[in-house]
Design a binder for this molecule. Sequence first.
Ligand code: FAD
Ligand code: UDP
Length: 383
Amino acid sequence: MHTFKSHFPAPSGSATGYDTLVVGAGFAGSVMAERLASQAGQRVLVVDKRPHIGGNAHDRHDESGLLIHPYGPHIFHTNSADVFAYLSQFTAWRPYQHRVLCSVDGQLLPMPINLDTVNRLYGLQLSAFDMEGFLAGVAEKVDQVRSSEDVVVSRVGRDLYEKFFRGYTRKQWGLDPSELDASVTARVPTRTSRDDRYFTDTYQAMPLHGYTRMFERMLAHPNIHVMLGTDYRDIVHVMPWKHMVYTGPIDAFFEHRHGQLPYRSLHFEHVTVQPPAGQAHVQPVGTVNHPNDHLYTRVTEFKHLTGQRHEASSLVYEYPRAHGDPYYPVPRAENTQLYRRYEADAEELSDVTFIGRLASYKYYNMDQVVAQALSTFKRLAQR
Ligand code: FAD
Ligand code: UDP
């Protein structure tokens, strides 16, 4: 079994150098390293400035032994049989379907908005068939759906938009929904049925022993060396390599030469609680959203996600921030334009490949990052 150390343990590759230097040990970097080592026989050095592998999907046990996600709740879901089969080489799974309730007008109501959300909010008894008519009645006509406001008001009208989306989006992004691309709120569907699952993907499951264990197995190949707690800039001119795969923020790679690309950050407050006697949880579902009250957007109780049995329970509160670790690209036209300038610079560099959520400046879920890494590997392997 491979061990991961904060300091480079003078690996054998250092004498002759590495075929590929991978910057970042998250999904993008780890998938790429695994493929290059196992399929192309390459010697790979993975460097991450954090003291652990897994990037934002890293999980660990806290002081009470509860499995938590230090960088916020990560729920795996995908429609891609290929992505699921690929990751299944490194982990067994625990089936899990995520459910979210929104705290609105003193009630906890299903999110995405569904038939029960509307019936309970307005004290109605609509059928699924009536719901279509109801939505058609309240929806606003929008000629061209451009912004995150347009998406929602054109589907569910102004009142539901204001109760469920406007406040949450303002908090999460520091922008009004009218200032954000349609793609942001379009992530959340509207349902006329009573289906209260947050995702409807074919594959929905959590790594049985956690994400970090899965990453350990991906990186356990003898040709992969992992160097943690190290900024790649500190070794890039010291360690010989032929090709680089860079998965950090793209503007940082180019020393912000065209200006800073905005990335939204979060502060995570982790709290351990004791559920009432006889109960395993303090929340009825994995996540409760708070669109209109509090400075945090949502609260997640990990035991719902992990299925862990433990007398205590751990919650994470998410407080959006403008500054701090980069977590989300901010999808809006002016940022995409700025990203295009960095992308053009990136295309000039034949010895560096840019992938992942931060280097592509795309609001990717984990499975999309895996898919991008797998297809990029195939392209590189053909070269
Ligand atoms: P990252 O995981 O960010 O990895 C990049 C790595 O590069 C980092 O570890 C960083 O330390 C390292 N790095 C950067 N610069 C340097 C440098 N100069 N030197 C060395 N190392 C460097 N997706 C889902 O599918 N489901 C979810 O439920 C979900 N929930 C999420 C919740 C939150 C709060 C957030 C922020 C994201 C969530 N995601 C979710 C998205 C998911 O986190 C990403 O899609 C995925 O982790 C991106 O992987 P990545 O490898 O591209 O980037
Ligand atoms: N959103 C909202 N209210 C909610 C849930 C989501 O307004 O109750 C909006 C908000 O802008 C959010 C976006 O929809 O950023 C995408 O939500 P998702 O749950 O996919 O966000 P993530 O899990 O990526 O943070």
